[in-house]
Design a protein around this ligand. Sequence first.
Ligand code: PFF
Length: 481
Amino acid sequence: MTSNSCKRASWSGQLAFVLASAASAIGLGNLWRFPYLAARYGGGMFIAVYLALVVTLGFTLMLTEIAIGRMTKQSQLTAYSRLRGGWGVLGLVATVIPLLITPYYCVIGGWVLYYLKTYCIMAFSGVSVMGEAAAGSGDFFGAFVASPFAPFGYGMVFVLACAGVIVLGVKNGIEKSNLVMMPVLFVMAVAISLYVVFMPGSGEGLKYYLVPNMDCLRDAKGSFSLALLGKTVLGAMGQMFYSLSLAMGIMITYGSYMNREDSIERCVRRIELFDTIIAVVAGLMIIPVVYMFAVKTGTPVETAMNAGPGLMFITLPRVFATLGAVGPWLGLAFFLLVTFAAATSAISLLEACVASVCDLLGLERKPATFFTTALVMFLATFSALGFGPWADVRVFGMQFLDFFDFVTNSVLMPITAAATCVFVGFVIGPKTIADEVRACGREFRSEALYRVMVRYFAPALVTAILVSETCRALGLFGWSI
Ligand code: PFF
């Protein structure tokens, strides 16, 4: 099936691999999903549950994917069948996932670019493009996504920028772009969060975000609710999945460029650490200001803290507008950070697709990038026009973008992750992965944990996500994480 004639690319070292994987993991999920979920599901308690899941389930899934990639030196499309004939279908599903995610993720990247441009204008010219106090930010966003050409145009610029990095290769493209974007992202995140934390009046919001709030586990009558605890755990699990870029083939592809001398176990721990730090810091940037804004304007805090596009493109601009002259500059810094976070994640998604095309067809990077980018641009058209000229078109009652998000995150990713665990746990055996981790005389300290997790707990937990995500997306049983 595979013809991999050209020499496989490799990272220049362990640090480059960790940086690239962290860059993939740190994305919109950290910025617009984690803070909201943490605030909603008990603050510090949610963070503690999330951390426990990251170091167990997240660790297991990520280590598995990286080891499969490094062992086979293949991207996800051909890696499974290399290990065991007949499992190629799993590779195919794992390839369809980034192929469906990349287009809509790039469309959202286009929205971010548009806001970056808007804040540039507002900061440098002083003109308040969104109307005084950004009161019209909802209309501003609505008009943009509904317009016939702009969302498509910005989305295409974003796709082409990512493709430009990919075509340069692993070392010259992905590594070098990360070396610029990741430090800027990190510095911006720390600077903005410090600014927010030291703002007068931020204390209440910080408390709301960080102090464990057990009331979230009590029902209307005030008694402890097991169902609410389950919801919190499932919310944290879904977020971990999303945030660590698991089950999208990315970690298999990135693992396939990894050197055998490097420690997979240590790398996984570091990637998780970086990703979690940025998620927690994102909350420090966002929650206190949104909380203050809610109190000031008399908006219920829960309403103000909505997750997703509403928080980033409507609420936060309103919040920035209440901060006087600093507002546009803070907005500019924030959207620069978001642009980099989205770009580094989109690059990894596109790379997972391009590498699959290279491995399957034995193509060189340039034609493979060209072909894949054209396909991504075509698919992106649906999500880009889905709020505008095609707003009336619905797929199972959903707009295109929401539909692609649902199919991938709620259905295909949990299925792929569960099948991968079964594949490792019962077909090739955990020992195969453990041997790869121990390559070149490395230790595998968490092997006992890994073996139990991959065989029993991980498939069960991942199946629970599949059920809960499907209920959430279809609005069954009042599920609304
Ligand atoms: N892990 C990245 C993020 O948190 O944004 C990348 C990503 C996750 C992209 C999930 C797409 C997705 F559906």
